[in-house]
Design a protein around this ligand. Sequence first.
Ligand SMILES: Cc1cc2nc3c(=O)[nH]c(=O)nc-3n(C[C@H](O)[C@H](O)[C@H](O)COP(=O)(O)OP(=O)(O)OC[C@H]3O[C@@H](n4cnc5c(N)ncnc54)[C@H](O)[C@@H]3O)c2cc1C
Length: 425
Amino acid sequence: MKTDVLIAGCGCAGLYCALQLPEETQILILAKGDVTQSDSFLAQGGICMLRDESDYAGYYEDTMRAGHYENNPASVEVMIRSSQDTIQDLMQYGVSFHREADGSLSFTREGGHSAKRILFHEDMTGKEITEKLLSAARGRKNITIREHCAMTDIICDGNLCCGAVVRDGSGALSVIYAKDTVFACGGIGGLYRHSTNYRQLTGDGVAIALAHGIAVEHINYVQIHPTTLYSEQADERSFLISESVRGEGAVLYNAKKERFVDELLPRDVLTEKIHEQMEKDHMPYVWLSMEHIPREEIKGHFPNIVEHCRKKGYDVFCECIPVVPAQHYFMGGIQVDLSGRTSMKRLYAVGETACNGVHGKNRLASNSLLESLVFAKRAAKAIAKSPAGRLKEDIKPDLEPYRNEAALAERYKNNILKEIARFNS
Ligand SMILES: Cc1cc2nc3c(=O)[nH]c(=O)nc-3n(C[C@H](O)[C@H](O)[C@H](O)COP(=O)(O)OP(=O)(O)OC[C@H]3O[C@@H](n4cnc5c(N)ncnc54)[C@H](O)[C@@H]3O)c2cc1C
């Protein structure tokens, strides 16, 4: 197969990148599972937007403080300054955000934010955004989406990326030649026993980058979310109890049902406090109570959380729920510039797979959908502007090393975890 642009990943970053490319460009998007199995569908809390100039300094400072000032200031500035245009784009694709009675946009707040600047759609903001992007992509003649088709490696000519080796749902391997390739493969949660991510998100783009000596950055910066619903089943994807629940007034209790912490501390600090409390209490969780949030607010803003907890046997309206920290987000990734360019020619990376330094050491809540979209659009513009590439169909890789899927997955996993451990030590 051949295409102009190959995009490995069908979450919000991959889809938005495809939609921002010219309509005469042939684009092939791959999804490892089905198209709804991306973390973009899971985003509950919302997406940040700069409300007006008076909030610029506060938003910038909150992002930098959460990131321990290790953020790339230029990336932070680009993200914040592009937020209003990005939200306008989304609304043009039909995305709807919660509004006040007078029709103006509603804003909520999460941990680490000094002001309300997060737009939301119930507690399913990511689903609302990604479904609308997916439907727009499906309406475009130049975009093809292949589900259950995973990139297993790239093909290169020296430091030039020329496409990828892929495995389809039947296990068959093939080569896709592309003038430009974009990694939009999401995070690495699938490598961890407890994670809020889809299990198939195993950092494949990062593993392939490591194998080819493509630069990576902050690879050991892995975010743990402080509040996921505690479950005794170890292999289950951890269900997130969004930070905006705490933003709206939910409180954390120790085993004696006493408050022990400021619930709106940045994620990494709150996670540490919860772990300390669990140790003191000799418990595998702490309690979260929504008793201070009006019933109508809980029903209207968090219907998905209410329903999930109900299925697990908890009535959030009249009892506490057990919560525990779990792996949630990858701040590090493949090193990219402000237009998603990696250290390999004609290879781009966008979304959670990429690291442009915007989050520093720790991501501020609700900055990742925005970051994924802002920089996916910039990558699309860079691809469109670059001189036309050439297909290199004479490269014929040996497919034998990819036949044993389990062994390859194990090797990729070990390489990432080894690299994370190396940076941590
Ligand atoms: C439970 C949860 C709640 C969240 N809440 C928020 C929130 O409220 N606000 C916010 O800003 N962020 C939130 N996030 C983070 C945010 O959802 C993600 O960072 C963002 O959606 C990442 O988008 P993406 O397109 O980079 O990756 P994803 O949406 O994860 O998409 C990755 C895609 O890559 C594909 N893929 C993976 N490997 C391969 C491969 N080898 N070959 C081909 N395709 C591959 C997958 O199939 C998938 O289609 C949340 C995350 C989770 C897990």
